[in-house]
Design a protein around this ligand. Structure first.
Ligand code: CP
Ligand code: NVA
Length: 298
């Protein structure tokens, strides 16, 4: 059966550990030798495009970057037609989309793996790199507290899911209206050995955390809400005073792109506790491990 990767919980905890182990393996076979991977982007990207393209090359394959407007998903032809056609050329189809339902529709008709490269709902490739980096810095995440401060969005959803699967305790500090609702908290808490709690004051979220994450307050597609969001998120900037409330030497993480002076102070993201460049580089290793896994490498 074709394995897709639209969301973290499609993996069991053991499978997630396998993907992370594959990400760190230097002797991977080349399951994409002589094959293609289509990378379709409806939104801009630096890390995701480059890390996926290079991961495809490292697995022996040839990436084909395609802008969403070029294929015209549901404009020039249906998502289903695009997918069925491309699945005949490529061994992997990956897409960055506005609506999560687009990657779901792709997976429904594709007989090759479909990978979500970010949607309005989730960013599972990012979460793989996030937990890979935290494991490298802090060791096994089980029993550790991982804090996320800011908007409960695609990045924090996938991060929380991956952390729970690995047995970490997630502490969300998100304002009312931009936070996980009770059903979402219940769902997250049912996924694995870890736990998720949520508070609405950012400073209450970081106590005891070995890792502090944040993300932009205004995601791609939400630009019109920026002024309102800047007001709502006042007090949610990860600054040196907030980092001082976490465990001494706690790591700072951000998926990037980052907006200094908004969700994070320059002293933090550019300071000694920041792991954001390693985290970005791990996007390539995580993508390689994930695609190898989907193609049957163990
Ligand atoms: N973190 C991330 O997905 O970055 P890009 O938008 O640059 O791909
Ligand atoms: N939450 C951000 C992540 C960017 C990588 C967005 O969706 O724009």
């Amino acid at each position: 059966m074709t394995r897709h990767f639209l969301d973290i919980p499609e993996l069991t905890a053991d499978e997630l550990r396998t993907v992370l182990a594959l990400a760190e393996r230097a002797d991977l076979p080349q399951p994409l030798a002589g094959k293609g991977a289509a990378l379709i982007f409806e939104k801009p990207s630096n890390r995701t495009r480059h890390s996926m393209e290079m991961a495809v090359v490292q697995l022996g394959g040839h990436p084909v970057y395609t802008r969403g407007e070029e294929v015209g998903l549901d404009v020039r032809e249906t998502v289903e037609d695009v997918t069925r056609v491309m699945a005949g050329y490529h061994a992997v189809l990956a897409a960055r989309v506005f609506q999560h339902s687009v990657v779901e529709r792709m997976a429904a008709v594709s007989d090759v793996p479909v990978v979500n490269m970010l949607s309005d709902h989730s960013h599972p490739l990012q979460a793989l790199a996030d937990v890979l980096t935290m494991q490298q810095v802090h060791g096994d995440l089980a029993g550790h507290t991982v804090a996320y401060v800011g908007d409960y969005n695609n990045v924090s959803r996938s991060l929380a899911e991956a952390c729970v699967l690995l047995g970490a305790d997630v502490s969300l500090g998100c304002p009312v209206g931009y936070c996980a609702d009770d059903a979402e908290l219940e769902r997250l808490n049912s996924l694995g050995a870890g736990t998720v709690r949520q508070v609405h004051r950012a400073v209450d979220a970081v106590a005891g955390a070995v890792a502090v994450h944040t993300d932009t307050w205004t995601s791609m597609g939400q630009e019109a809400e920026k002024a309102e969001r800047v007001k709502v998120f006042e007090g949610y900037t990860v600054d040196p005073a907030m980092m001082a409330l976490a465990v001494p030497g706690a790591g700072f993480y951000h998926c990037l792109p980052a907006y200094r002076g908004y969700e994070v102070a320059a002293e933090v993201i550019d300071g000694p506790q920041s792991h954001v460049i390693r985290q970005a580089h791990n996007r390539m290793h995580a993508a390689r491990g994930l695609m190898a896994f989907l193609l049957g490498v163990r």
